[in-house]
Design a protein around this ligand. Structure first.
Ligand code: MTE
Ligand code: CO
Length: 417
């Protein structure tokens, strides 16, 4: 059932029309015996008692809200990635079970009793912390996004993957609880020449990255909780490095060792990988910060528009250089921009949620969003990015995404020239 909506109508009228359609539109799928004036099934009998679900899980009707993989993308599931279902989420916090995973050698299952974090190298007192040692230290709570440097990496040469889960789903945003790294380093005592830190993971990949000391002393954490509970194994249980605003690869999981030195180690992950190959064959190295980026999560290819009329456009924006100050939305492929409404908390180096509401009568749209951050930086178009970066790269693609909305409400990943 379609309720015609006057394009000039007030927002209240859009809302009223939308609700009327929702009631009418939903009726086709509903079982009449559960609808008014009948007493629905769930009101006729007692429900499951408390204790039946010692660890709660989503409703059985939400089984489609899951991480997904792209099987052809990687050779093995151990060195692979699963993507956050951004199109099915709202607000800024990613539920723990839906945070994308990126492992280079599978999920290490670390026994917390055997967990140790070693700090050594250019320190006065080499130290080994147990998990209990870490938990006894003063702790902080911080909400940060984590984005893999390879997020949107398939899109450098043109529109590829049909869904924001796949084009942008290597990002999550959770609240971490952990110990400031500077506190741990102060306990070990830095020697005067200290300038870099090697972080090593305890998984079979033994992931290693060099971290400049200034960043380590600024805002890095050794986190052991996410969204209140202990880290999930997928996210590095029992402890991981949190490197706010910087590429996900540096957020070493199952963190086992921090070595202090006076120069970078030039590990595999900062030479052959996680460097950005330019058009002239040279590569940028140590491009740690994730620049401002945004994406419309709905409508998007996996979340088509089901009804004409009042439509909420929703998306996420983030910046590794500070906070998101503004998000603009375009309905016509970037010709005209209008400010979106940011709703919910705005934190430094965290995701923000934005909305743009309109009355949609079935006209084709070219939806785009662009983020502006507290440094004044504006998210670039893909073409502007390519002018500087070429198309050889995999990493650090923060170009503006375009979704084409067709008259039937289907949505497709496209590029505008
Ligand atoms: N740490 C270890 N020890 N092993 C890994 O494979 N992958 C890195 C980083 N830390 C990795 C790791 C990469 S490339 C990313 S993007 C993030 O972890 C992903 O974090 P997540 O799995 O919590 O999303
Ligand atoms: Co990564």
């Amino acid at each position: 059932m379609t309720v015609p909506v006057d394009r000039g109508a007030s927002r209240r009228r859009f809302l009223a029309a939308g609700l009327a359609m929702a009631a009418g539109g939903g009726a086709a799928l509903a079982d009449p015996k559960n609808l008014p004036p009948n007493v629905p099934e769930w009101t006729r009998s007692l429900g499951e008692g408390v204790g039946a679900r010692p660890y709660g899980r989503p409703s059985k009707y939400e089984q489609e809200v899951v991480r997904r993989t792209v099987p052809w993308l990687t050779a093995t599931p151990e060195s692979s990635v699963s993507f956050t279902p951004l199109h099915q989420l709202d607000g800024i916090i990613t539920p723990n079970g839906l945070c994308f995973e990126r492992h280079h050698a599978g999920i290490a299952e670390v026994d917390p009793a055997d967990y140790r974090l070693m700090i050594h190298g250019m320190v006065e007192r080499p130290l080994i912390f147990t998990l209990e040692d870490l938990k006894r230290l003063p702790r902080v709570n911080r909400i940060y996004f984590l984005e893999c440097a390879a997020n949107s990496g398939m899109e450098w040469r043109g529109a590829q993957l049909n869904g924001c889960q796949y084009t942008h789903g290597m990002v999550h945003c959770v609240q971490y609880t952990g110990v400031p790294l500077k506190l741990l380093l102060a306990q070990a005592g830095l020697k005067p020449k200290a300038g870099w830190i090697l972080a090593e993971g305890g998984d079979a990949a033994a992931m290693t990255r060099s971290l400049p000391l200034a960043k380590a002393l600024d805002d890095c954490l050794v986190a052991y909780r996410m969204n209140g509970e202990m880290l999930r194994p997928e996210q590095g249980y029992p402890a991981r490095l949190v490197v706010p605003g910087w590429e996900g690869n540096m957020w070493v999981k199952w963190l086992r060792r921090l070595k202090v030195g006076d120069e970078p180690w030039f590990t595999r992950e900062e030479t052959s990988k996680y460097t950005d190959l330019l058009a002239d064959g040279k590569a940028r190295q140590f491009t740690w910060v994730m620049d401002a980026k945004s994406v419309i999560t709905a409508p998007s290819p996996q979340a088509p528009v089901r009804q004409k009329g009042f439509l909420v456009i929703s998306g996420l924006a983030w910046s590794g250089r500070g906070s998101v100050r503004r998000v603009d939305v375009s309905l016509d492929g970037g010709r005209n921009w209008r400010p979106a409404r940011i709703d919910g908390p705005v934190f430094d180096k965290a995701c923000v949620r934005f909305y743009y509401e309109l009355d949609w009568n079935g006209e084709p749209l070219l939806l785009q969003s662009r983020a502006m951050d507290s440094t004044g930086y504006v998210q670039p178009s893909k073409d502007d990015l390519r002018k500087i970066r070429g198309v050889n790269s995999i990493y650090h693609n923060n170009g503006i995404q375009t979704w084409a909305v067709r008259p039937d409400g289907e949505v497709e990943n496209v590029e505008v020239g």
